[in-house]
Design a protein around this ligand. Sequence first.
Ligand SMILES: [Zn+2]
Length: 205
Amino acid sequence: MPESADEVYARVVAAVGPEGRLPAPPVREWDAFPWEAVDGHVVPKVLPAPGDERIRDGEDGGRPCPVCSGGLADRVVWENEYWVVTRDEKPTGLPLVLTLWTREHIDVGDLDDEHAGELGKMANRMVRIMQGLPNVGRVHVNRWGDGCAHLHVWFFARTKGLANVVGSYAVEWDEILPPVPEDVWRADLHTVATKLANWDGHARA
Ligand SMILES: [Zn+2]
């Protein structure tokens, strides 16, 4: 089962001490990261002038699609004919982060009614299963879609009672907190995969 807030906190204190700061994650180097330190204050970056819209991976003129070329094959947690659920390459700071993909290049807004209905059922089921794990406070569901031509929806399970690790900033803390122990993470992936397969498809974790 996922660690309790006390267990996560104890690992952080063991790593950096009770007043210590965890290292900043690579996300601070991304162009899209909006904050920077100037004269000892954290302030928004200067907004660049408008440019071309980025072409997503797998779209005409963009880079090859990493999904169609099998880039996620070793990260599949569950799958059926139309949908695939993947994990990260390795544990991250939040108890569980999963991504739901379509096998084909399609996006929200383009699904037919049957698959739009399935998306709702899949999302509802994944939140129920992940939120049902002990010590999970809530599961946040996010669809951004600026990177790849496959519909993909993120599910972020955050730890119950871990102060400040809430809302959209829980996603930032996923990269800041020290990774969950691998055995804990794999056991939780197996639980979610098995419960999804009770409904349909095949568990792969
Ligand atoms: Zn593709």
